[in-house]
Design a protein around this ligand. Structure first.
Ligand SMILES: Cc1ncc(COP(=O)(O)O)c(C=O)c1O
Length: 454
């Protein structure tokens, strides 16, 4: 059974969050015996619909009651005296959040951290700079941007909008799935760079996910960034929408030019907040927020902190999130490692129950894992996957995304659908038993996707 004891794992006792340990903004962990209890966790997430087994933290994340309440205080401060809030508190509050994030991700300077709404906005900021480089003649027509075939859908659309339209050529790295080793990814990545350079083209940018969304795989991002440096790729952007709170993030060690992560997925913030790290370089001044306001030209971090009148409260509650995670043994490090162990355990339980397999080895997943669904469900298109997901939600009260993996030439009777299960602190083994039993019932009743679509 997945661990429910949030003080049991001693592995991370000595872990410090990244950064200067002699001057830490991160709250101290509570004394032994005072860690958060199961019933306190339940009350922090009592607003979740009790009828739903929510095993999809990956899509939209979660936010505990104590953080929601801190957010509401900020909203009231704004509404109480907006001029005081905007002129005296907002910028200070955002700077404080940026300072805390800098420490967690081990960036050198707070100027390298901008807070934006989400990974989609961060992608627009980076790709807009690429589009201008084409327009201003710094890049030539046909210069290349490389991205993973499993890049997130909105990132692919952004490539169309900013790169292809500006004259760039986008090359996708074809990744295998199921995947067995980092080497499979690394060799496909090298092949894509070679294709990119064919005929003398320059590879101007590589966009690399840290944790892909669908199918979910942890990408050996440090190795890929290193290859980019060796092969003369101009810039590297890591789309790490899932990373913070889910996997180790040390931006200096990873070495990319740009790195973004949402805090509203695995870091308990309400929507919307993400950081965009941009390594100090002369080209930093070319980055701009796509929404232009009073601070245009004062550096991305300052521009992003005032993009017109709006609700900034989600970007001001990072201190309270750190208070929340400090109630768990090992803080966010402890949460991360227990979530990983639990999702692997639950993934194995499901694969055994259905006679299928996992889509990745455990060390290539973080707090999400892909589990093969029985072939007899007949998942044979993306719309089958969507219909099955809706059926699980509407009929069984299970929220889980489904991935369709087309059979390769000659494959018959193989697994063509995988569920992406997540594990977060509010989950219980019963959530996964509910999912197991729902699929078993569909199989017993000979329900197929062809029947569901009628
Ligand atoms: C890999 C990846 N990139 C980008 C995004 C976009 O995140 P957001 O919708 O918060 O902008 C997601 C969302 O799931 C994602 O998984």
């Amino acid at each position: 059974m997945a661990s429910r004891n949030h003080g049991r794992n001693h592995k991370n006792d000595d872990n410090h969050l990244n950064g200067d340990s002699s001057f830490s903004h991160v709250p101290k962990k509570p004394k032994l015996g005072t860690f958060i209890t199961d019933s306190e966790i339940q009350s922090e997430f009592a607003h979740h619909d009790p009828a739903v087994a929510r095993i999809n933290n990956g899509s939209f994340g979660c936010c505990p009651a104590s953080v929601i309440s801190a957010q509401q205080k900020w909203q009231l401060k704004n509404l109480r005296q907006p001029d005081h809030f905007y002129f005296n508190e907002l910028r200070k509050g955002i700077l404080h959040s940026r300072t805390l994030i800098r420490e967690i991700i081990n960036a050198d300077q707070v100027d390298e951290i901008s807070i934006v709404d989400n990974a989609t906005t961060a992608t627009a900021i980076v790709l807009q700079q690429t589009a201008w480089a084409f327009q201003e003649g710094k890049f030539q027509n046909g210069d290349v941007v490389v991205m993973l075939h499993y890049a997130y859908g909105s990132v692919k659309k952004s490539m169309e909008a900013y790169v292809t339209r500006a004259g760039g050529k986008v090359i996708e790295v074809q990744l295998p799935f199921p995947v067995n080793s980092n080497e499979e990814i690394i060799s496909e990545f090298r092949r894509a760079l070679e294709r990119g350079r064919a005929g003398g083209s320059r590879v101007r940018l590589a966009v690399i996910d840290h944790v892909t969304s669908m199918p979910s795989v942890v990408i050996p991002v440090r190795d890929l960034v290193k290859i980019c440096r060796e092969e003369g790729v101009d810039q590297v952007f890591v789309d790490a929408a899932h990373a913070i709170g889910c996997i180790d993030v040390d931006v200096k060690e990873i070495g990319a030019d740009f790195y973004t992560s949402n805090l509203h997925k695995w870091f308990f913030c309400p929507p919307s907040i993400a950081f965009l790290y941009s390594r100090k370089s002369p080209r930093c001044s070319e980055l701009h927020h796509p929404v232009v306001s009073h601070e245009y030209g004062n550096g991305l971090a300052v521009e992003s902190a005032w993009i017109g009148t709006r609700d900034y409260s989600s970007q001001l509650v990072v201190p309270e999130v750190l208070e929340f995670v400090s109630r768990f043994e090992g803080g966010i490090e402890g949460i991360k490692s227990r979530n990983h162990e639990a999702v692997v355990e639950m993934g194995r339980m499901l694969a055994t129950a259905w006679g299928t397999h996992l889509g990745t080895p455990p060390d290539m997943c973080a707090s999400m894992i892909m589990v093969g669904l029985p072939a007899c469900l007949g998942i044979s298109s993306d719309s089958d996957a969507m219909n099955l997901r809706a059926h699980l939600r509407d009929v069984f009260g299970v929220e889980v995304p489904i991935y369709y993996r087309p059979p390769k030439d000659g494959e018959i009777g193989v697994v063509t659908g995988y569920a992406r299960i997540s594990y977060q602190v509010y989950n219980r083994a019963d959530d996964y038993y509910k999912f197991r039993d729902a699929i078993n019932q569909l199989v017993r009743n000979k329900v197929t996707c062809a029947l569901l679509s009628n």
